[in-house]
Design a protein around this ligand. Structure first.
Ligand SMILES: *[C@@H]1O[C@H](CO)[C@@H](O)[C@H](O)[C@H]1NC(C)=O
Ligand SMILES: *[C@@H]1O[C@H](CO)[C@@H](O)[C@H](O)[C@H]1NC(C)=O
Ligand SMILES: *[C@@H]1O[C@H](CO)[C@@H](O)[C@H](O)[C@H]1NC(C)=O
Ligand SMILES: *[C@@H]1O[C@H](CO)[C@@H](O)[C@H](O)[C@H]1NC(C)=O
Ligand SMILES: *[C@@H]1O[C@H](CO)[C@@H](O)[C@H](O)[C@H]1NC(C)=O
Ligand SMILES: *[C@@H]1O[C@H](CO)[C@@H](O)[C@H](O)[C@H]1NC(C)=O
Ligand SMILES: *[C@@H]1O[C@H](CO)[C@@H](O)[C@H](O)[C@H]1NC(C)=O
Length: 339
Protein backbone atom coordinates (compact mmCIF):
# COMPACT_ATOMS: atom_id res chain seq x y z
CA UNK A 1 0.00 0.00 0.00
CA UNK A 2 2.80 2.41 0.81
CA UNK A 3 4.72 1.94 -2.50
CA UNK A 4 1.67 2.86 -4.55
CA UNK A 5 1.24 6.15 -2.78
CA UNK A 6 4.90 7.00 -3.17
CA UNK A 7 5.08 6.19 -6.88
CA UNK A 8 6.48 9.50 -8.02
CA UNK A 9 8.64 9.83 -4.95
CA UNK A 10 10.08 6.42 -5.61
CA UNK A 11 10.87 7.47 -9.13
CA UNK A 12 12.56 10.71 -8.16
CA UNK A 13 14.06 9.40 -4.96
CA UNK A 14 14.57 5.69 -5.59
CA UNK A 15 15.58 3.64 -2.62
CA UNK A 16 19.28 3.03 -3.05
CA UNK A 17 21.66 0.58 -1.52
CA UNK A 18 21.72 2.69 1.61
CA UNK A 19 18.36 2.72 3.33
CA UNK A 20 16.49 5.79 4.51
CA UNK A 21 15.92 9.29 3.18
CA UNK A 22 19.67 10.09 2.96
CA UNK A 23 20.24 7.29 0.50
CA UNK A 24 17.27 8.26 -1.59
CA UNK A 25 18.45 11.85 -1.92
CA UNK A 26 21.92 10.74 -2.87
CA UNK A 27 20.54 8.45 -5.55
CA UNK A 28 18.25 11.16 -6.83
CA UNK A 29 21.07 13.62 -7.12
CA UNK A 30 23.15 11.17 -9.09
CA UNK A 31 20.36 10.40 -11.54
CA UNK A 32 18.48 13.68 -12.00
CA UNK A 33 20.95 16.49 -11.34
CA UNK A 34 20.47 17.95 -14.82
CA UNK A 35 16.73 17.91 -14.43
CA UNK A 36 16.97 19.74 -11.12
CA UNK A 37 19.34 22.24 -12.55
CA UNK A 38 16.90 22.91 -15.33
CA UNK A 39 14.03 23.28 -12.90
CA UNK A 40 16.11 25.54 -10.73
CA UNK A 41 17.17 27.61 -13.71
CA UNK A 42 13.59 27.96 -14.92
CA UNK A 43 12.36 28.94 -11.49
CA UNK A 44 15.21 31.40 -11.21
CA UNK A 45 14.37 32.91 -14.56
CA UNK A 46 10.68 33.08 -13.74
CA UNK A 47 11.60 35.07 -10.64
CA UNK A 48 14.52 37.04 -12.02
CA UNK A 49 13.31 37.96 -15.49
CA UNK A 50 10.26 39.86 -14.26
CA UNK A 51 12.49 41.59 -11.77
CA UNK A 52 14.91 42.62 -14.50
CA UNK A 53 12.37 43.37 -17.18
CA UNK A 54 9.36 44.52 -15.19
CA UNK A 55 10.06 45.40 -11.58
CA UNK A 56 13.38 47.20 -12.03
CA UNK A 57 12.26 49.26 -15.05
CA UNK A 58 9.11 50.18 -13.15
CA UNK A 59 11.16 51.14 -10.13
CA UNK A 60 13.57 53.06 -12.33
CA UNK A 61 10.69 54.93 -13.99
CA UNK A 62 8.96 55.69 -10.72
CA UNK A 63 12.23 56.85 -9.13
CA UNK A 64 12.76 59.07 -12.16
CA UNK A 65 9.18 60.32 -11.81
CA UNK A 66 9.82 61.13 -8.17
CA UNK A 67 13.02 63.06 -8.89
CA UNK A 68 12.81 66.83 -9.19
CA UNK A 69 14.43 69.32 -11.50
CA UNK A 70 15.25 72.90 -10.55
CA UNK A 71 16.61 75.54 -12.90
CA UNK A 72 19.23 77.60 -11.09
CA UNK A 73 20.46 79.62 -14.04
CA UNK A 74 19.04 80.40 -17.47
CA UNK A 75 21.05 82.62 -19.78
CA UNK A 76 19.49 83.61 -23.07
CA UNK A 77 22.03 85.36 -25.25
CA UNK A 78 22.81 86.05 -28.93
CA UNK A 79 19.15 86.40 -29.86
CA UNK A 80 18.21 86.33 -33.53
CA UNK A 81 14.80 86.11 -35.20
CA UNK A 82 15.25 82.35 -35.54
CA UNK A 83 16.84 81.33 -32.26
CA UNK A 84 18.97 82.06 -29.25
CA UNK A 85 21.91 80.71 -27.34
CA UNK A 86 20.71 78.96 -24.22
CA UNK A 87 22.65 78.09 -21.12
CA UNK A 88 20.52 76.18 -18.70
CA UNK A 89 21.94 75.09 -15.37
CA UNK A 90 19.68 72.65 -13.58
CA UNK A 91 19.86 70.55 -10.45
CA UNK A 92 18.19 67.15 -10.43
CA UNK A 93 17.42 65.72 -7.02
CA UNK A 94 16.51 62.11 -6.29
CA UNK A 95 16.43 59.91 -3.21
CA UNK A 96 16.62 56.75 -5.30
CA UNK A 97 19.08 54.00 -4.34
CA UNK A 98 19.76 53.62 -8.06
CA UNK A 99 22.60 55.69 -9.45
CA UNK A 100 22.39 54.88 -13.11
CA UNK A 101 23.78 56.65 -16.13
CA UNK A 102 21.11 58.43 -18.10
CA UNK A 103 21.83 58.55 -21.84
CA UNK A 104 21.92 61.96 -23.47
CA UNK A 105 18.63 62.72 -25.13
CA UNK A 106 16.64 65.36 -26.93
CA UNK A 107 14.03 67.04 -24.76
CA UNK A 108 11.12 69.25 -25.73
CA UNK A 109 10.39 72.40 -23.74
CA UNK A 110 6.82 73.58 -23.71
CA UNK A 111 4.12 75.30 -21.75
CA UNK A 112 1.31 73.08 -20.57
CA UNK A 113 -0.54 71.51 -23.51
CA UNK A 114 1.22 73.63 -26.12
CA UNK A 115 3.51 72.78 -28.99
CA UNK A 116 7.16 72.76 -27.86
CA UNK A 117 9.06 75.98 -28.49
CA UNK A 118 12.53 74.41 -28.18
CA UNK A 119 14.23 71.06 -28.48
CA UNK A 120 17.35 70.90 -26.36
CA UNK A 121 20.10 68.31 -26.05
CA UNK A 122 20.34 67.02 -22.50
CA UNK A 123 23.82 65.57 -22.03
CA UNK A 124 24.57 62.10 -20.66
CA UNK A 125 24.31 62.24 -16.90
CA UNK A 126 25.42 60.05 -14.03
CA UNK A 127 22.50 60.29 -11.63
CA UNK A 128 23.41 60.99 -8.03
CA UNK A 129 21.32 62.24 -5.13
CA UNK A 130 22.07 65.75 -6.41
CA UNK A 131 23.14 66.07 -10.02
CA UNK A 132 23.99 69.20 -11.99
CA UNK A 133 22.85 69.05 -15.59
CA UNK A 134 24.07 71.82 -17.86
CA UNK A 135 22.76 72.52 -21.32
CA UNK A 136 24.78 75.10 -23.28
CA UNK A 137 23.89 75.35 -26.94
CA UNK A 138 22.38 77.32 -29.77
CA UNK A 139 18.70 76.52 -30.15
CA UNK A 140 16.33 77.20 -32.97
CA UNK A 141 12.80 78.24 -32.22
CA UNK A 142 10.63 75.22 -32.98
CA UNK A 143 7.35 77.08 -32.99
CA UNK A 144 7.11 80.87 -33.09
CA UNK A 145 3.64 81.17 -31.59
CA UNK A 146 4.59 78.90 -28.68
CA UNK A 147 7.77 80.84 -28.04
CA UNK A 148 5.92 84.16 -28.16
CA UNK A 149 3.46 82.82 -25.62
CA UNK A 150 6.28 81.47 -23.44
CA UNK A 151 7.87 84.93 -23.36
CA UNK A 152 4.55 86.56 -22.51
CA UNK A 153 4.12 84.10 -19.66
CA UNK A 154 7.68 84.75 -18.41
CA UNK A 155 7.06 88.50 -18.49
CA UNK A 156 3.69 88.46 -16.77
CA UNK A 157 4.01 85.70 -14.17
CA UNK A 158 5.32 85.64 -10.66
CA UNK A 159 5.73 81.87 -11.10
CA UNK A 160 5.18 79.68 -14.13
CA UNK A 161 5.60 76.05 -15.13
CA UNK A 162 7.63 74.78 -18.03
CA UNK A 163 7.56 71.15 -19.14
CA UNK A 164 10.59 69.17 -20.20
CA UNK A 165 9.76 65.93 -21.98
CA UNK A 166 11.89 63.29 -23.64
CA UNK A 167 12.60 59.60 -23.93
CA UNK A 168 15.90 58.07 -22.96
CA UNK A 169 17.60 54.93 -21.68
CA UNK A 170 19.20 54.41 -18.36
CA UNK A 171 22.12 52.10 -17.70
CA UNK A 172 22.89 50.41 -14.42
CA UNK A 173 25.87 48.10 -14.44
CA UNK A 174 24.87 44.44 -14.80
CA UNK A 175 21.40 45.27 -16.08
CA UNK A 176 20.12 45.71 -19.61
CA UNK A 177 19.40 49.28 -20.74
CA UNK A 178 16.04 50.48 -19.45
CA UNK A 179 13.86 52.71 -21.62
CA UNK A 180 12.26 55.51 -19.65
CA UNK A 181 10.19 58.61 -20.21
CA UNK A 182 11.70 61.79 -18.83
CA UNK A 183 8.83 64.14 -18.06
CA UNK A 184 9.43 67.00 -15.68
CA UNK A 185 7.37 69.97 -14.68
CA UNK A 186 9.69 72.77 -13.63
CA UNK A 187 8.34 75.70 -11.67
CA UNK A 188 10.26 78.92 -12.15
CA UNK A 189 10.00 82.54 -11.13
CA UNK A 190 8.99 84.89 -13.92
CA UNK A 191 9.67 88.59 -14.40
CA UNK A 192 6.45 89.43 -12.57
CA UNK A 193 5.55 92.28 -14.94
CA UNK A 194 8.80 94.08 -14.07
CA UNK A 195 7.05 95.32 -10.95
CA UNK A 196 9.13 97.87 -9.13
CA UNK A 197 10.56 99.36 -12.31
CA UNK A 198 11.53 102.96 -11.71
CA UNK A 199 13.12 105.79 -13.63
CA UNK A 200 15.85 107.73 -11.88
CA UNK A 201 18.23 110.55 -12.57
CA UNK A 202 16.20 111.89 -15.42
CA UNK A 203 17.67 114.83 -17.34
CA UNK A 204 16.20 116.85 -20.14
CA UNK A 205 18.60 117.89 -22.87
CA UNK A 206 18.19 121.16 -24.70
CA UNK A 207 20.01 122.78 -27.55
CA UNK A 208 21.70 121.39 -30.64
CA UNK A 209 24.85 120.61 -28.69
CA UNK A 210 23.15 118.50 -26.08
CA UNK A 211 20.46 116.62 -27.96
CA UNK A 212 21.77 113.16 -28.89
CA UNK A 213 22.37 112.21 -32.55
CA UNK A 214 19.22 110.07 -32.60
CA UNK A 215 17.15 113.03 -31.43
CA UNK A 216 16.93 111.96 -27.80
CA UNK A 217 16.21 114.91 -25.53
CA UNK A 218 15.95 112.98 -22.29
CA UNK A 219 18.35 110.62 -20.55
CA UNK A 220 18.20 108.78 -17.31
CA UNK A 221 18.48 105.38 -15.76
CA UNK A 222 15.88 102.69 -15.42
CA UNK A 223 16.05 100.43 -12.42
CA UNK A 224 14.46 97.05 -12.97
CA UNK A 225 14.19 94.27 -10.42
CA UNK A 226 14.48 90.79 -11.95
CA UNK A 227 13.27 88.18 -9.46
CA UNK A 228 13.99 85.28 -11.84
CA UNK A 229 17.20 83.32 -12.42
CA UNK A 230 17.19 84.43 -16.03
CA UNK A 231 19.72 86.54 -17.84
CA UNK A 232 18.10 87.93 -20.97
CA UNK A 233 19.83 89.79 -23.78
CA UNK A 234 16.90 91.75 -25.15
CA UNK A 235 18.59 93.76 -27.89
CA UNK A 236 17.71 97.41 -28.45
CA UNK A 237 14.43 97.83 -26.63
CA UNK A 238 12.08 100.73 -27.31
CA UNK A 239 9.14 101.71 -25.15
CA UNK A 240 6.22 104.03 -25.72
CA UNK A 241 5.50 106.58 -23.00
CA UNK A 242 2.09 108.04 -22.34
CA UNK A 243 0.12 109.89 -19.71
CA UNK A 244 -3.63 109.39 -19.56
CA UNK A 245 -3.47 107.58 -22.91
CA UNK A 246 -1.83 110.59 -24.50
CA UNK A 247 1.56 109.70 -26.05
CA UNK A 248 4.34 111.89 -24.68
CA UNK A 249 7.35 110.18 -26.23
CA UNK A 250 9.44 107.06 -26.65
CA UNK A 251 12.54 105.73 -25.02
CA UNK A 252 15.34 103.37 -25.93
CA UNK A 253 17.16 100.97 -23.66
CA UNK A 254 20.24 100.29 -25.79
CA UNK A 255 21.59 96.72 -25.90
CA UNK A 256 19.58 95.86 -22.87
CA UNK A 257 20.65 92.93 -20.75
CA UNK A 258 18.47 91.98 -17.84
CA UNK A 259 20.31 90.05 -15.15
CA UNK A 260 18.97 88.38 -12.02
CA UNK A 261 18.49 90.83 -9.18
CA UNK A 262 18.44 94.62 -9.36
CA UNK A 263 19.39 96.11 -12.73
CA UNK A 264 20.22 99.71 -13.51
CA UNK A 265 20.30 100.33 -17.24
CA UNK A 266 20.73 103.59 -19.13
CA UNK A 267 17.80 105.02 -20.99
CA UNK A 268 17.55 107.68 -23.66
CA UNK A 269 14.40 109.00 -25.17
CA UNK A 270 12.49 111.62 -26.96
CA UNK A 271 9.72 113.42 -25.09
CA UNK A 272 7.36 116.04 -26.44
CA UNK A 273 8.33 118.83 -24.09
CA UNK A 274 5.37 120.97 -24.98
CA UNK A 275 2.98 118.14 -24.12
CA UNK A 276 4.78 117.53 -20.85
CA UNK A 277 4.72 121.19 -19.87
CA UNK A 278 1.03 121.48 -20.70
CA UNK A 279 0.24 118.36 -18.62
CA UNK A 280 2.03 119.97 -15.68
CA UNK A 281 0.40 123.34 -16.03
CA UNK A 282 -3.06 121.89 -16.54
CA UNK A 283 -3.34 118.88 -14.29
CA UNK A 284 -0.17 117.63 -12.61
CA UNK A 285 0.97 120.79 -10.87
CA UNK A 286 3.40 118.91 -8.65
CA UNK A 287 5.20 117.73 -11.83
CA UNK A 288 4.67 114.08 -10.91
CA UNK A 289 3.37 112.43 -14.06
CA UNK A 290 1.54 109.09 -13.92
CA UNK A 291 3.53 107.57 -16.71
CA UNK A 292 2.45 104.45 -18.60
CA UNK A 293 5.26 102.56 -20.26
CA UNK A 294 4.60 99.83 -22.79
CA UNK A 295 7.17 97.99 -24.86
CA UNK A 296 7.25 98.64 -28.57
CA UNK A 297 10.18 96.90 -30.22
CA UNK A 298 13.16 94.72 -29.54
CA UNK A 299 15.73 94.88 -32.32
CA UNK A 300 19.04 93.25 -33.01
CA UNK A 301 21.15 94.35 -35.97
CA UNK A 302 18.08 95.93 -37.50
CA UNK A 303 15.92 92.81 -37.17
CA UNK A 304 12.87 92.44 -34.98
CA UNK A 305 12.85 89.89 -32.17
CA UNK A 306 9.16 89.18 -32.35
CA UNK A 307 9.18 86.88 -29.31
CA UNK A 308 10.48 89.62 -27.02
CA UNK A 309 8.20 92.16 -28.64
CA UNK A 310 5.25 89.88 -27.85
CA UNK A 311 6.36 89.93 -24.21
CA UNK A 312 7.09 93.64 -23.77
CA UNK A 313 3.99 94.71 -25.70
CA UNK A 314 1.84 92.59 -23.38
CA UNK A 315 2.87 94.47 -20.25
CA UNK A 316 1.96 98.03 -19.29
CA UNK A 317 4.11 99.49 -16.52
CA UNK A 318 3.01 102.42 -14.41
CA UNK A 319 5.56 104.77 -12.88
CA UNK A 320 5.01 108.06 -11.11
CA UNK A 321 7.72 110.14 -12.69
CA UNK A 322 8.76 113.33 -10.95
CA UNK A 323 10.02 115.62 -13.69
CA UNK A 324 10.35 118.57 -11.28
CA UNK A 325 14.10 118.14 -10.66
CA UNK A 326 14.78 117.82 -14.40
CA UNK A 327 12.81 120.98 -15.12
CA UNK A 328 14.51 122.83 -12.26
CA UNK A 329 17.85 121.84 -13.71
CA UNK A 330 16.78 123.61 -16.90
CA UNK A 331 16.04 126.67 -14.81
CA UNK A 332 12.29 126.21 -15.06
CA UNK A 333 10.64 127.12 -11.80
CA UNK A 334 7.55 125.00 -11.26
CA UNK A 335 5.65 127.55 -9.24
CA UNK A 336 6.25 130.01 -12.05
CA UNK A 337 5.07 127.56 -14.73
CA UNK A 338 1.95 126.54 -12.91
CA UNK A 339 1.25 130.01 -11.73
C1 LIG B 1 5.54 58.13 -14.34
O1 LIG B 1 4.81 59.32 -14.63
C2 LIG B 1 3.96 59.19 -15.75
C3 LIG B 1 3.32 60.55 -15.98
O2 LIG B 1 4.30 61.51 -16.25
C4 LIG B 1 2.91 58.14 -15.51
O3 LIG B 1 2.11 58.01 -16.66
C5 LIG B 1 3.59 56.83 -15.21
O4 LIG B 1 2.62 55.87 -14.86
C6 LIG B 1 4.57 56.99 -14.08
N1 LIG B 1 5.29 55.74 -13.96
C7 LIG B 1 5.58 55.17 -12.81
C8 LIG B 1 6.25 53.85 -12.87
O5 LIG B 1 5.33 55.71 -11.73
C1 LIG C 1 9.83 82.24 -36.85
O1 LIG C 1 9.83 83.57 -37.34
C2 LIG C 1 11.07 83.94 -37.96
C3 LIG C 1 11.01 85.40 -38.37
O2 LIG C 1 10.02 86.11 -37.73
C4 LIG C 1 11.30 83.09 -39.18
O3 LIG C 1 12.56 83.43 -39.75
C5 LIG C 1 11.33 81.63 -38.76
O4 LIG C 1 11.42 80.82 -39.87
C6 LIG C 1 10.06 81.28 -37.99
N1 LIG C 1 10.25 79.96 -37.43
C7 LIG C 1 9.34 79.02 -37.48
C8 LIG C 1 9.67 77.71 -36.87
O5 LIG C 1 8.22 79.21 -37.97
C1 LIG D 1 11.62 106.04 -7.96
O1 LIG D 1 12.78 106.82 -8.01
C2 LIG D 1 12.59 108.13 -7.47
C3 LIG D 1 13.85 108.92 -7.78
O2 LIG D 1 14.98 108.24 -7.33
C4 LIG D 1 12.28 108.02 -5.99
O3 LIG D 1 12.07 109.28 -5.45
C5 LIG D 1 11.02 107.18 -5.83
O4 LIG D 1 10.76 106.96 -4.47
C6 LIG D 1 11.18 105.84 -6.52
N1 LIG D 1 9.90 105.19 -6.51
C7 LIG D 1 9.77 103.94 -6.12
C8 LIG D 1 8.38 103.36 -6.20
O5 LIG D 1 10.72 103.28 -5.73
C1 LIG E 1 23.01 106.02 -14.20
O1 LIG E 1 23.69 104.95 -13.53
C2 LIG E 1 25.09 105.03 -13.69
C3 LIG E 1 25.65 103.76 -13.12
O2 LIG E 1 24.95 103.36 -12.00
C4 LIG E 1 25.59 106.28 -13.02
O3 LIG E 1 26.99 106.37 -13.16
C5 LIG E 1 24.94 107.47 -13.67
O4 LIG E 1 25.30 108.63 -13.00
C6 LIG E 1 23.43 107.34 -13.66
N1 LIG E 1 22.90 108.40 -14.48
C7 LIG E 1 21.95 109.17 -14.05
C8 LIG E 1 21.50 110.21 -15.04
O5 LIG E 1 21.48 109.07 -12.92
C1 LIG F 1 5.90 101.34 -32.11
O1 LIG F 1 6.36 102.62 -32.49
C2 LIG F 1 6.02 102.98 -33.81
C3 LIG F 1 6.72 104.28 -34.12
O2 LIG F 1 6.63 105.16 -33.05
C4 LIG F 1 4.50 103.08 -33.89
O3 LIG F 1 4.11 103.44 -35.21
C5 LIG F 1 3.89 101.77 -33.52
O4 LIG F 1 2.48 101.84 -33.48
C6 LIG F 1 4.38 101.28 -32.17
N1 LIG F 1 3.93 99.93 -31.97
C7 LIG F 1 3.44 99.50 -30.81
C8 LIG F 1 3.02 98.09 -30.77
O5 LIG F 1 3.34 100.23 -29.85
C1 LIG G 1 21.40 99.25 -30.92
O1 LIG G 1 21.19 100.53 -31.44
C2 LIG G 1 22.40 101.30 -31.55
C3 LIG G 1 22.02 102.70 -31.93
O2 LIG G 1 20.95 102.70 -32.82
C4 LIG G 1 23.30 100.63 -32.55
O3 LIG G 1 24.53 101.33 -32.66
C5 LIG G 1 23.59 99.20 -32.09
O4 LIG G 1 24.36 98.52 -33.04
C6 LIG G 1 22.31 98.46 -31.85
N1 LIG G 1 22.61 97.19 -31.25
C7 LIG G 1 22.25 96.06 -31.81
C8 LIG G 1 22.66 94.81 -31.09
O5 LIG G 1 21.59 95.98 -32.83
C1 LIG H 1 10.26 129.88 -7.95
O1 LIG H 1 9.53 131.08 -8.08
C2 LIG H 1 8.85 131.46 -6.88
C3 LIG H 1 7.98 132.64 -7.19
O2 LIG H 1 8.54 133.43 -8.19
C4 LIG H 1 9.88 131.74 -5.82
O3 LIG H 1 9.23 132.13 -4.64
C5 LIG H 1 10.73 130.48 -5.60
O4 LIG H 1 11.76 130.79 -4.68
C6 LIG H 1 11.35 130.00 -6.90
N1 LIG H 1 12.00 128.73 -6.63
C7 LIG H 1 13.20 128.39 -7.12
C8 LIG H 1 13.67 127.04 -6.80
O5 LIG H 1 13.85 129.18 -7.78
Amino acid sequence: MVPKKRGIIDKLYPPGPKPGARGRVKNHCRKFWWCDLLVFAIIALIIVLPIIYVAIPKKAQSDLNASTLEVTEQDVTSPSPDGIHLKLVTVARSDSSFHPTIEGFQAALSLNDQAPFFYIDVPETKAEAVTDIIVDQDVEIANNESFNEYNRVVMNSEYFNVYLDGKTKIHQSGLPAISVDYNKKVTMKGLNKLQGLNITGIRILQGEDNILPDGSNMIGNVSIPNPSVMTLALGNVTMDLSVDDEPIGTCLLPDMILRPGENIVPMQGHVEQITVISLITSKYNDAVLPLSIVGNSSMINGQHLQYYEAAIQSNVIHVDLDVGPALAELGLNLTQITG
